[in-house]
Design a protein around this ligand. Structure first.
Ligand SMILES: C=C(O[C@@H]1C=C(C(=O)O)C=C[C@H]1O)C(=O)O
Length: 198
């Protein structure tokens, strides 16, 4: 499993470390990942197969408030595997954004988005200034962004409370592209999904 060799934003020594988005091994679909680890995939199936904006689905699930907590964002080097997936040179920098999507004050999803330099040109410049605004609001508001197929990720030996499964998809608009990985925290999966009709 590749490690991420660049810390997007080093924290002053002594400050409490921010959560790290886990690395994962990616599979071409739910069935392939379920062969490896059936239980966590089964627990997250509703969210792994969700169509449309995850942000929107989480907003509908909240009782009070949804917000995006930016953990780190800035220029950094993607992993070799991410660079290969985005067809960019292996040592080229990209804009990397790591956030937690929070419902009613609790982190529900961790997300890591890798945006190649070429995608940041023109209207893509706005992608560097999202701050607390959800990326999905940008992507789904522009008809020309298309989402490719999901890969399903299994994280290595997740610690208690950390994500065991995720999904990843490549958005593209003409020759521009970006890679969005979403990792589901147990707190979301243990919640009452009775209202989440499949
Ligand atoms: C792609 C979406 O955007 C969400 C918002 C993100 C962000 O603000 O960084 C990252 C991942 C997504 O879950 C979505 O809503 O589906």
């Amino acid at each position: 499993m590749p490690s991420r060799d660049s810390d997007i934003s080093a924290r002053p020594s002594g400050a409490m470390a921010l959560p790290r988005v886990p690395t994962a091994r990616w599979y071409p679909g739910v069935a392939a990942a379920q062969l490896i680890r059936p239980q966590p995939i089964g627990d997250a199936l509703y969210w792994l197969e969700l169509e449309g904006s995850l942000t929107r689905a989480l907003q509908l699930r909240c009782r009070e408030r949804f917000h995006v907590e930016v953990l780190r964002e800035g220029y950094a080097r993607p992993t070799l595997e991410e660079a290969r997936t985005l067809h960019i040179p292996s040592r080229q920098l990209a804009w990397i954004r790591e956030v937690q999507l929070c419902g009613d004050g609790q982190p529900w999803v961790m997300a890591r988005t890798v945006i190649p330099l070429a995608t940041l040109r023109g209207r893509g410049r706005r992608l560097r200034h999202l701050g607390g605004r959800p990326l999905g609001a940008f992507l789904f508001s522009q008809r020309r962004w298309q989402r490719g197929p999901f890969q399903i990720g299994l994280t290595r030996q997740p610690a208690p409370g950390q994500p065991a499964v995720g999904r990843r998809s490549r958005f593209h608009r003409g020759s521009d592209a970006l890679l969005v990985g979403e990792y589901f925290l147990p707190r979301l999966l243990q919640g009452n999904n009775s209202h989440c009709s499949r």
